[in-house]
Design a protein around this ligand. Structure first.
Ligand code: GTP
Ligand code: MG
Length: 170
């Protein structure tokens, strides 16, 4: 048995985009349609076998409400990866990622792996951000991009595997 390699992942983005739901789906494979706003931040962990390693994802799910914004720094400061989540039906939640990215660049680790999750992909009929725009933005900052749905599972395991692969290329 190999010793697990710890990876610290911070999840950022506006309130209501589905950060906690994405994390809950990844950790326990459950979806809660009445998920409540996170207070402060919450911490969960999950181990995955990846190639010849055991990766332990230590995930900090931050609170998106503005009053908690200043706390986020404590969590991304020494993170290996950040998942920036937006809601594909809310343009503002996508525009807000630029601010998060600038903050990460300014105060975060220099080599932090950044991933963008366009969440609520199941609501594609109300899409307000084209995947092309989101992908172009992700490419411009060297970030991973995935459309995800905490409701249907789309893209959830993949985004964590993309992160693992970027940190430990085969
Ligand atoms: P804060 O903790 O306030 O920052 O919000 P959050 O980003 O953690 O949002 P949360 O996961 O609590 O989800 C907000 C609402 O969106 C809840 O009603 C969820 O059930 C719903 N939701 C989350 N992900 C999805 C999704 O993929 N599809 C759909 N249809 N609803 C989702
Ligand atoms: Mg939350």
């Amino acid at each position: 048995m190999s010793i697990p390699t710890n990876l610290k992942v911070v999840v950022l983005g506006e309130s209501g985009v589905g950060k906690s739901s994405v994390v809950l789906r990844f950790i326990t494979n459950v979806f809660n349609p009445t998920s409540e706003a996170t207070l402060g931040a919450s911490f969960v962990g999950k181990a995955l076998s990846f190639n010849d390693k055991i990766l332990k994802f230590n995930i900090w799910d931050t609170a998106g409400q503005e009053k908690y914004h200043s706390l986020a720094k404590m969590y991304y400061r020494d993170a290996d990866a950040a998942i920036m989540v937006y809601d594909i039906t809310k343009r503002d939640s996508f525009n807000g990622l630029k601010k998060w990215y600038e903050e990460l660049k300014e105060n975060g680790p220099r080599d932090i792996v950044v991933a963008i999750a366009g969440n609520k992909e199941d609501l594609v009929e109300n899409e307000a951000v084209s995947p092309q725009d989101a992908k172009a933005y992700a490419d411009s900052i060297g970030a991973i991009f995935r459309k995800t749905s905490a409701k249907t599972c789309t893209g959830i395991d993949q985004i964590f595997k993309d992160i693992a692969l970027k940190i430990f290329p085969e």
